[in-house]
Design a protein around this ligand. Structure first.
Ligand SMILES: [Zn+2]
Length: 378
């Protein structure tokens, strides 16, 4: 697929979304302030992005050709993935994800993915990226989980210097693997703990929420937390409030990957807010995975109105065909967020990051500058 066709497709998708009402040219400055600023210039942090899932489609095609891997046609399509929120739907998503991951086979591939994720984030106004990687997936090609993680950390440092977007790393364990493997990963993550570029800031748990026993991962998360890592498990996307209670009780999250289903239980949502547990909300992911029928159904308003700290994220743009700025565009165009509310979301993402205070202050000042300029030019 050429660059052009992807660009053409990106345009088509935004046309397909609920568009803004026709604006009367006589509308006043307030209206301009509400709608006109460029969202790619809004300073923000990106806290929910997976390593393989961050890949550009063009890069995936390159890597498949390089390694002689035949890609499933669904990975070459322009349309975002759409599956039902059941086990079959998840299986389809996972199969495609695995097919993409099978194209990542050496150090150069891994470095390219980190570098391009940083470049894409930088182009979208993200000053801080916390990218999730499960090093076990790439370990066979580079001599083990330690070198796999070292490659990602080393490139994260280099990409941060090159792009100006600070790239930190979350080591993610999987619900599909033995909980003892999660402990090994937590120990590896703990050895690389820090808050800056090329350091490990958090420990995650991903894959199908319906699989595995959350409690059995508690020990791994205790290791991670003791080392000073943030606890950032997935929870509350495919399953509802009961599951979120389990995750909160067992894993003591600082942030929940998704957590959108907390909207179904006001008391639970209030608890999350009072405990300061931020939500990494990924609207395109929710719709692609069938959790909500369309963008309108994503309960972004409910979460924000309840006082939750929300960090919008893209999750797996490779499959959902929707990057970071697209999530803010959805908030603006579908959920009616004005620029002050979008700035509030951006501040939430920065505050919920594990960035050093100096970075947070710099990024928050960027948000203020975006609001000061009528068209966000600075
Ligand atoms: Zn995710």
């Amino acid at each position: 697929m050429s660059d052009f066709s992807i660009i053409a497709f990106a345009g088509a998708r935004s046309v397909g979304r609920k568009s803004l009402p026709e604006r009367n040219p006589c509308h006043n400055q307030v209206m301009r302030d509400q709608r006109h600023r460029d969202l790619s210039l809004l300073t923000k942090a990106h806290l929910h992005l997976h390593f393989t899932g961050s890949m550009r489609q063009t890069t995936l095609v390159d890597l498949a050709a390089k390694h002689g891997v035949r890609l499933p046609s669904a990975l070459l399509e322009a349309d975002p993935l759409r599956v039902p929120a059941d086990e079959r739907g998840w299986f389809r998503f996972q199969r495609l994800y695995d097919a993409a991951r099978a194209c990542v086979r050496d150090e150069d591939d891994m470095r390219r993915i980190v570098r391009e994720a940083a470049e894409d984030d930088a182009a979208e106004g993200s000053g801080r990226l916390e990218i999730q990687v499960d090093p076990t997936s790439y370990a066979p090609f580079v001599g083990g989980i330690t070198p796999a993680l070292e490659i990602v950390l080393d490139e994260a440092r280099a990409a941060s210097a090159a792009t100006g977007t600070e790239v930190a790393v979350i080591v993610a364990s999987s619900r599909m693997r033995h909980p003892l493997e999660a402990r090994t990963l937590a120990r590896l993550a703990a050895q690389n703990v820090g808050d800056g570029a090329g350091e490990v800031v958090g420990f995650g748990l991903s894959n199908d929420e319906r699989r595995g026993d959350t409690q059995t991962f508690a020990h791994a998360f205790a290791i991670a937390r003791r080392a000073g890592l943030a606890s950032v498990p997935h929870g509350g996307e495919l399953l509802g409030p009961g599951h979120i209670h389990d995750v909160v009780d067992a894993l003591h999250p600082d942030r929940l990957g998704h957590g959108v289903r907390s909207s179904e239980d006001p008391r639970l949502l209030e608890e999350l807010v009072s405990q300061g547990i931020a939500l990494e909300v990924c609207p395109a992911s929710n719709v692609s995975l069938g959790v909500y029928a369309d963008d309108e159904q994503v309960p972004l308003r409910t979460l924000v109105d309840a006082g939750a700290t929300v960090a919008l994220g893209a999750d797996d743009p490779l499959l959902f065909r929707s990057r970071l700025v697209d999530q803010y565009t959805t908030a603006r165009e579908v959920h009616g967020f004005g620029d002050h509310e979008l700035a509030h979301l951006a501040r939430g993402s920065i505050q919920a990051s594990r960035a050093p205070e100096s970075t947070k202050a710099r990024l928050l000042a960027g948000v203020d500058r975006w609001l000061e300029e009528p068209d966000g030019e600075h």
